[in-house]
Design a protein around this ligand. Structure first.
Ligand SMILES: NC(=O)c1ccc[n+]([C@@H]2O[C@H](COP(=O)([O-])OP(=O)(O)OC[C@H]3O[C@@H](n4cnc5c(N)ncnc54)[C@H](O)[C@@H]3O)[C@@H](O)[C@H]2O)c1
Length: 395
């Protein structure tokens, strides 16, 4: 973490997907750090929840209520724009020209691997939505000639989860090829994507779009290859019940940490899929905010290639995570047949030099998991006297 709080006074920050799990606390953080914040979201995620008949464990307010509550708490007014980034290109271009943002943080994508793999409809929607959103944004920046710092939330899953036999680099792989005269030629190339789902594939395609628009239009882009985000509340979302962040625990959008926490609170066994030796990278939502503001404070120089940053706090196996939750709560552990097509175990070593060099000090499960479980238990007790209704994962 930086010694002093970053200051974004006088800067305009546009948060694409600002109603989502990551986008909402990010909008609040930039606003609390003095930025003029605008949120753009088509609320597609709320519609998907309704289609799947699932809901956040925390009772999230409508987007206008959230923004009103923040204005009441902080005195800061955030702009709100509601349209579909994938289909309304003119609205996007006009908004950018009007706002002239200094920083754009791009979260506006369908983000569930299981959703993208559940049907051809889910796969087609994920590609259509995510690739079009990213391309519309890049095309609009090129057309308007604006030069904001674009920060995109990508995923560490672009590297794939099969054993790579090497420490995964930050986006670029050093290779030695042979020149026409047989001499060794050293190059750095974008690490070849190895997505395990259509969702991850969209992030691999995003990478190609970023590389092209960076090369031809000089756009300044940071692509954060992020691990699985866990945790719920941040300093800002705690300030008022209308600001609470979402907590997904259904089988499509709920990630493994949330599932284990809910199972432990419910007194049912933690369900580990497969051998449990699958290693993944994790990051708490508060660490995510630290990393995004660090990235925002240090934009790429004009002419610099796309800056790819691995963003995670800790790597651990599902077995290690389940053991930790079990030790804290006494929950039993059940092993189920793995419904996903993924390697049963993997070595997963991922470089994280950029954020470390910027002073990032990660929080680990050991540091904060107990507090997180207590937090969710409290939220549940206040929000839902009949917790059984809320603990149903839906679908
Ligand atoms: N949550 C994680 O664990 C995690 C991990 C790594 C990367 N990421 C990335 O971070 C980003 C945000 O993830 P999240 O967990 O907050 O997801 P989320 O579903 O909670 O939020 C995404 C938001 O984007 C909006 N959106 C989607 N398509 C849109 C469109 N066409 N036009 C306008 N708005 C649109 C949705 O309505 C939603 O509010 C995603 O790109 C995701 O891939 C998330």
């Amino acid at each position: 973490m930086t010694a002093s709080a970053p200051d974004f006074k006088g800067r305009t920050v546009l948060i694409l997907g600002g109603d989502g799990f990551c986008g909402w606390p990010t909008a609040l953080r930039f606003s609390s750090l003095g930025a003029n914040v605008a949120i753009l979201d088509n609320e597609s995620r709320r519609q998907i929840d309704a289609e799947l008949k699932v809901r956040s464990l925390t009772m999230i307010s409508s987007l206008p209520e959230r923004i009103l509550a923040w204005a009441g708490e902080s005195g800061n007014h955030m702009g709100l724009f509601r349209f579909d980034l994938a289909t309304d290109y003119p609205a996007l271009r006009n908004l950018l020209a009007e706002l002239q943002p200094d920083i754009i943080v791009h979260f506006a994508e369908q983000r569930s691997a299981p959703y993208s793999m559940r049907s051809s409809e889910g796969a087609r929607y994920s590609i259509d939505n995510n690739v079009r959103v990213t391309h519309n944004l890049l095309a609009a920046l090129a057309e308007t000639g604006l030069d904001p710092h674009l920060i995109h939330l990508g995923t560490i899953g672009v590297y794939g989860y099969a054993n790579a036999g090497l420490q995964l680099p930050e986006g670029y792989l050093r290779v030695t090829a042979h020149g026409p005269d047989g001499r060794d030629v050293k190059k750095e190339i974008v690490y070849p994507g190895k997505p395990d789902s259509v969702y991850h594939l969209t992030k691999v395609l995003d990478q190609q779009l970023f590389a092209f628009y960076n090369q031809y239009y000089g756009l300044r882009i940071t692509d954060l290859h992020q691990g699985v985000v866990w945790g719920t509340q941040t300093a800002e979302t705690r300030r008022n019940p209308h600001l609470v962040n979402r907590f997904d625990h259904d089988p499509i959008f709920g990630t493994v940490v949330n599932r284990f926490i809910v199972q432990a609170i419910d007194g049912t066994p933690l369900t580990v899929y497969g051998s449990g030796e699958q290693a993944r990278a994790f990051i708490h939502i508060r660490d995510m905010l630290t990393c995004i503001t660090l990235a925002a404070e240090t934009p790429p120089e004009p002419g610099e290639r796309v800056r790819i940053v691995n963003q995670y706090s800790e790597i651990c196996t599902l077995n290690a995570l389940a053991a930790r939750v079990s030790a804290l709560t006494g929950a039993k552990i059940d092993y189920l047949k793995n419904p996903r097509r993924e390697p049963e175990d993997n070595e997963f070593e991922v470089s994280r030099t950029i954020l470390t060099s910027l002073g990032f000090e990660p929080n680990t499960f050991e540091d904060i998991l107990a507090a997180e479980i207590a937090d969710i238990t409290d939220i549940l007790a206040t929000q839902s006297p009949d917790k059984s209704e809320f603990l149903k994962p839906g679908i």
